[in-house]
Write a protein of this length. Structure first.
Length: 149
């Protein structure tokens, strides 16, 4: 038992001396951690790492302009870029931005789901396809009674 502990401690010391310990900490973050993040930048860093998003006509999001407060919001994401790996849907003005994500393996980029919002917000779909990260956005206004009040 002492030998295993010694080997583990020696390996950790070697990682720390070579600068590998920060990389080890990054490996410990899982996509599930993004659900508890309260900042959009933190969500994107956990899910996509150093990639920065660019707008593309190959990615479209369809959301309704108005939804009654408390009702689910239908969201449809269509991506015509080949090699879709991950689709994430976030709401910018809510306490926890990440609403859902779908991890795919080089698949067709189509995702249809429903999310809940606590306040009117911009809803974005981030799509990792090929070597890039693409984004499409839409605005959703929550109303009382469905009449824009």
């Amino acid at each position: 038992m002492q030998r295993r502990g010694f080997l583990r401690n020696a390996a950790l010391a070697a990682l720390a001396l070579t600068g590998g310990l920060p990389a080890l900490a990054e490996l410990r973050t899982s996509p599930r951690d993004a659900f508890s993040a309260t900042d959009l930048d933190q969500v994107l860093r956990i899910l996509f790492g150093p990639l920065s998003a660019a707008g593309s006509e190959g990615v479209r999001i369809r959301v309704p302009r108005q939804v009654m407060r408390g009702r689910p919001v239908p969201v449809e994401v269509v991506c015509e870029i080949p090699g879709v790996d991950l689709i994430a849907i976030v709401s910018h003005d809510n306490p926890y931005p990440l609403k859902t994500f779908l991890s795919l393996g080089d698949a067709v980029g189509y995702y249809n789901t429903r999310i809940t919002l606590q306040r009117s917000s911009t809803v974005s779909a981030y799509v990792r396809a090929g070597e890039g990260l693409y984004v499409a956005t839409g605005d959703v206004k929550l109303t009382r009674g469905g009449y824009g009040t």
